[in-house]
Design a protein around this ligand. Structure first.
Ligand code: HEC
Length: 455
């Protein structure tokens, strides 16, 4: 097993090499670029439309618009730096290991990064106006994105509004809302959005949890590590909606509430806004075959509030923990959760046959971006009963971490952002052994034999 861990680490090193390869493009590539420099009109505007303007346009959350040449030109150097280091777009998962296809991928391709670098290095030329693509049309702010596919939501729930001062520290706003249902209903899709255009500027991200007395929201027979609040949805700018795969859903019970966790930041103007949650239900009486459970796979040993965590000042620390899957399961997404000292997180699966598989690795965790990486349907990995999920988290309590408020502090476990925690949020869909074997046959994996099951 040691060897495997080692080779995984080497793979991460390879990722770094791949990026430096882009920076030190072969001479031939550079010559071609010089002969035909990338221009804003032909090469850059389409990339900005596809990957940046969702956030970088007037009325959206980013600090500046990247729509016209005049708006973009002054940022060329900063854009070059942010895209080379893969800080922008905020997609920080390592694309060279583990699951590689996502439903909500907003990252740039190597080719797109190369074009941006060429363009910036050539002095950010405009090019030929005839080659400018027509401006991208954005849907009305008050239109649900899922409406095209699913019609209007069955329920719309609003958070209590919050007034953010022009200048203020970040706020985590956590109100409660009732869910107006009188009988149990199954959720098919959810979408969240700030209530107003102005609200988009201050709403960094929002998470909704389901608060209800529901013993089945905990997998029977699992240990405390698998307990977790049922999360309905996470939203950050750029995100669409969550439509669960066919025959899969989440259950709402009468009397249940939504608990909001809304990260709001000040932008220089006082803004008051709320967040809205649209819910699409399965028809009355229709019960999907599978249920997904949002699970916090811990990276820290111990139980609940007593988790052991002790990060000395000016150090980088690692924590690791294991959770056994007591039933075959599909992992649907990965959202690393740490606080201000968070640096990196890896999720690996150790299968009953002893082999280890990387599931996901985020090497550039940034506390400001709680990105949720949603696996593409065909790429979401399934694991047999008895698989161990190993989560490793790294924390940087040194000056090198730009988010670190004070590297001279000892840091322990806790809820405040100056305390630490470490877990991987994953939606887990439990399936039968027969379903697992069907998945394994389709994906060229060994079936779960009775011999393995007996281990
Ligand atoms: C999901 C929303 C989102 C997307 C998509 C996005 N950005 Fe950003 N960007 C932001 C926000 C918010 C900030 C300010 C906070 C920060 O720096 O993290 C920012 C900051 C930046 C900055 C630094 C600005 C400064 O003040 O120095 C640059 C440059 C940038 N983005 C370029 C891009 C480019 C280029 C793309 C597309 C390839 C892109 N961004 C895609 C939201 C986004």
């Amino acid at each position: 097993m040691k060897d495997r861990t080692f080779s995984t680490r080497r793979n991460w090193g390879m990722a770094a090499l791949a990026w430096s390869a882009i920076l030190t493009m072969p001479a031939a590539g550079r010559a071609a670029a010089a002969a035909q420099p990338a221009t804003f009109a032909k090469d850059i505007a389409p990339i900005l439309q596809e990957k940046c303007q969702e956030c970088h346009r007037k009325g959206s959350m980013a600090p500046m618009s990247l729509v016209t040449y005049e708006e973009t030109r002054p940022w060329a150097k900063s854009i070059r730096q942010r895209v080379i280091t893969r800080q922008m777009p905020p997609w920080h998962i390592d694309p060279t290991v583990g699951v590689r296809q996502f439903k909500n991928d907003m990252s740039l391709s190597d080719e797109q990064i190369q074009k941006i670098v060429q363009w910036a290095d050539a002095g950010a030329p405009f090019g030929n106006a005839k080659e400018m693509p027509p401006p991208k049309q954005w849907p009305d702010a008050d239109e649900w994105k899922a409406a095209k596919e699913l019609g209007q939501p069955d329920l719309v729930i609003s958070s209590e509004p919050y007034t953010m001062a022009a200048h203020h520290q970040d706020v985590w706003w956590r109100p409660l809302s009732n869910i107006p249902i009188t009988e149990p209903r199954w959720v098919r899709a959810v979408e969240m959005r700030p209530g107003t255009l102005a609200g988009r500027r201050i709403t960094h991200h929002a998470v909704t949890y389901l608060v209800q007395d529901d013993p089945n929201s905990i997998i029977p027979g699992t240990d405390a590590d698998l307990r977790g609040r049922a999360m309905l949805m996470e939203w950050a700018v750029g995100k669409g909606y969550d439509l669960y795969r066919p025959d899969t859903g989440k259950l709402l019970l009468p009397g249940s509430q939504i608990s909001w966790d809304i990260h709001i930041h000040a932008v220089g103007d006082e803004i008051r806004d709320h967040v809205e949650l649209g819910i699409w239900l399965y028809p009355k009486g229709q019960e999907p075959k599978y249920r997904t459970y949002l699970t916090a796979f811990q990276a820290i040993k111990g139980r609940d509030r007593q988790r052991q965590m002790d990060i000395p000042p000016n150090t980088i620390m690692e924590s690791q923990n294991f959770t056994v899957l007591k039933q075959a399961a599909i992992l649907e997404n990965f959202q690393p959760h740490m606080h201000l000292r968070g640096k990196a997180m890896a999720v690996e699966a150790i299968l009953p046959d002893g082999s280890t598989q990387m599931v996901s690795y985020v090497g550039k965790f940034n506390f400001n971006w709680m990105t949720n990486y949603i696996y593409a349907d065909d790429a979401a990995p399934a694991f047999p009963k008895g698989t161990m999920i190993r989560v490793t988290a790294w924390y940087d309590n040194t000056r090198a971490n730009p988010n670190n408020p004070d590297p001279d502090q000892w840091v322990g476990f806790g809820d405040r952002t100056v305390d630490e925690m470490g877990h991987a949020w994953m939606n887990v869909t439990y399936i039968s052994d027969a379903d697992y074997n069907a998945w394994a046959a389709k994906h060229g994996k060994a079936p779960l034999t009775s011999e393995l099951r007996a281990r």
